[in-house]
Design a protein around this ligand. Structure first.
Ligand SMILES: [Ca+2]
Length: 372
């Protein structure tokens, strides 16, 4: 994603709603789809229903190994295995302490209490799914993303590339998020943008539903929240970041986040305003790239800030109920002054039909298929 030429804001200055500057208080996630202005402007509820999983209607079977449940893509050239070209890392079975070890978490995110978790071995993508990977999926299946089905998605205000008629307006209380008609994975800044030259960037404007559809096609699944955190830690127990406890700018930038005064100007001192190629900076101890910063990554679990108070100690699968799904890792919009969620234990969430210009996903496969 690129900043508008000359740094001008194509949708006008932010005149109100300056972010709360208490460290970590805000979140750089866009609001849920139902809160974006185009929803009302589009003339009623969009297809698929607001805030719902549309992967299988009422039944969520994403939590399998990708081989059971409705085979949505089997007849669409669904190659499944072999079509997912992303390098994977083997994460050994083991135990770790899950949760906030540095005291940087926000109480309302539910990063505590810290608790021991045991996991079986699994394989996880070393990078987020890229534009090129997702393009292959769309080409093979004809999948239409939630952003396309609904007709709009959330774009950061400095990145909007759309005519006035497609800029529907800012979000109440989060004026840096703009509802833009025609924004989708192939047009990440709006209808006047494309992904040329960004094959190796993480795909964005992907809803949880879209990520699950990709996983089914690829014979993969989304990581559980516990798997994600265990893998992101890279074998370093109790560290704040995938590389350890050194701050993100110590000895050079280690992740793609925001520099400058949020949300007015990103000075891009780390080299990137918007997304960076998935193999930027350095991988963690398990060989995983950019677990924090760059883009938020969907996890399989539903979100409950109170979950850690009673979650299982062996292979937790997330709460049984709740509309929102977990997002992990923060994004290029994170900044210490506003959203410090570029940490191993940081949590966020959104409804499964929501999409935004700073959220994508990576996939896993487990030794033991899960059928919940
Ligand atoms: Ca950056």
């Amino acid at each position: 994603m690129t900043t508008a030429p000359g740094g001008a804001d194509p949708v006008g200055p932010i005149a109100h709603g300056a972010p709360d500057t208490a460290p970590g208080r805000g979140a750089c996630c866009a609001p849920g789809r139902a809160a974006l202005p185009p929803h009302a402007a589009a003339g009623g509820p969009p297809p698929g229903g607001d805030g719902t999983d549309r992967s299988d209607g009422a039944t969520d079977t994403s939590d399998t190994d990708g081989r059971s449940g409705p085979d949505r893509w089997a007849g669409a050239g669904g190659g499944r295995d072999g079509r997912h070209g992303i390098e994977q890392a083997r994460i050994p079975a083991g135990e770790f302490t899950m949760g906030d070890s540095s005291g940087d978490g926000s109480p309302w995110d539910g990063e505590t209490p810290r608790h021991r978790v045991a996991l079986d071995a699994f394989s996880i993508d070393t990078t987020a799914v890229t534009n090129a990977d997702f393009a292959r999926f769309v080409s093979a299946t004809g999948h239409r993303t939630d952003a396309e089905a609904h007709g709009y998605s959330a774009v950061f205000h400095l990145a909007v590339a759309a005519g006035p008629g497609d800029v529907v307006g800012p979000v109440e209380g989060l004026p840096w998020w703009i509802g833009v008609r025609g924004a989708d994975w192939a047009h990440p800044n709006g209808p006047r943008s494309d992904i040329a030259g960004r094959d190796d960037h993480p795909v964005v404007h992907i809803s949880w539903n879209d990520a699950v559809a990709y996983c089914r096609w690829a014979g993969r699944r989304l990581p559980t929240e516990a798997e994600w955190e265990y893998a992101a830690r890279g074998g370093l127990p109790a560290a704040k970041y995938p590389w350890g406890d050194a701050e993100v700018d110590e000895g050079g930038w280690r992740a793609n986040i925001w520099q400058g005064r949020f949300p007015y100007r990103d000075t891009a001192e780390d080299g990137w305003a918007g997304t960076a190629p998935v193999r930027t900076f350095a991988p963690n101890g398990y060989g995983l790239w950019q677990c924090v910063g760059n883009v938020w990554e969907w996890c399989r679990d539903r979100f409950d800030p109170g979950y850690y108070r009673h979650s299982p100690t062996v292979d937790p699968q997330g709460p049984a109920g709740g509309a929102a799904r977990v997002l992990r890792g923060g994004s290029y919009l994170c900044h210490i002054s506003y959203c410090n969620r570029y940490r191993n234990s940081a949590r966020s969430s959104n409804t499964p039909d929501s999409s935004m210009g700073n959220a994508g996903f990576r996939t896993v496969a487990a030794d033991t298929p899960r059928h919940l």
